[in-house]
Design a protein around this ligand. Structure first.
Ligand SMILES: Cc1cc2nc3c(=O)[nH]c(=O)nc-3n(C[C@H](O)[C@H](O)[C@H](O)COP(=O)(O)O)c2cc1C
Length: 188
């Protein structure tokens, strides 16, 4: 085995698109890979100092969408450019925006699935930001991406993951097994 120095190499990493409104109700989006599920209805995101962080300080509600192959270029763009110094950031994405039904935050309609979230706490210090803990208050899924049982069909969404080693995005592939089930074959 070859050793590498300590790096942000948890695999695979999500491509989360955080949607916020500024104090004038203008939408902004940013890309975040350092986030995950914390509890049944809670998520945690490691957030630096961004326009998003400023927006959350005055309006602690946001959305989290999951990036897809077709939204990849603009999803990367919102991770490179800041709403702090690029007033036309959202126009450049071409994303259609509407207000989320349950939180004061934007929904970007190009994405199949979106969490509506409320900040519970901002902990610690991360260069002007911190560790954002938020409650998922509702989940929206475009009807196009529902399975026959009425639940979101994740395989249909063409989700992408961030590869922190080569700095690329990789599209998720096919279902290979059933969780909490296939492993039972080895139970003796
Ligand atoms: C692949 C990728 C992953 C990122 N992950 C994070 C992250 O987890 N946390 C963070 O604070 N910034 C992250 N960023 C950086 C922000 O998305 C970036 O600084 C963005 O311009 C902030 O936008 P805003 O200032 O308009 O809010 C990431 C960027 C990219 C491209």
């Amino acid at each position: 085995m070859k050793s590498f120095k300590s790096s942000a190499w948890i695999l695979p990493q999500p491509v989360l698109i955080l949607g916020t409104f500024d104090k004038n109700g203008k939408a902004n989006a940013m890309n975040a890979a350092w986030g995950g599920q914390l509890d049944m209805t809670e998520i945690i995101i490691s957030l630096g100092s961004h326009a998003t962080t400023d927006n959350l300080a005055q309006n602690p509600e946001f959305t989290v969408a999951f990036a897809t192959a077709s939204t990849m270029v603009a999803s990367d763009y919102v991770g490179i450019v800041s709403g702090r110094n690029t007033p036309n950031k959202m126009e450049n994405t071409g994303w259609e925006v509407e207000k989320a039904p349950n939180v004061n935050a934007p929904v970007f309609k190009a994405f199949p699935m979106t969490l509506e979230c409320k900040v519970k706490q901002m902990k610690g210090e991360r260069t002007g930001g911190g560790y954002l803990i938020a409650e998922i208050v509702n989940i929206l899924c475009d009807e196009k991406y529902l399975a026959e049982d009425g639940k979101p069909d994740v395989e249909k969404m063409e989700l992408i993951t961030f590869n922190p080693v080569q700095h690329t995005y990789i599209q998720l592939g096919k279902t290979v097994g059933k969780a909490f089930s296939d492993g039972l074959k080895l139970k003796k």
